[in-house]
Design a protein around this ligand. Sequence first.
Ligand SMILES: [Zn+2]
Length: 68
Amino acid sequence: MAEFYIEKNERETGDHLVHFSSCKVLPRADSLRYLGSIASFDSAWQEGKKVYHQVSACTECAAKYAIA
Ligand SMILES: [Zn+2]
């Protein structure tokens, strides 16, 4: 399990980015919404989709864990 966050603020693309809690480019805590302790990045993404319409993976997190 890992802990995941999603950004409250959308990017220019309209996407809200999902991050591992260990992400080195994780934004300030007050701009994040906690998604929970979740088994996989994929599941965290699904959780994010329940909150926001447009969700995508943080590129840092995706690169580190080889998930797009
Ligand atoms: Zn990240």
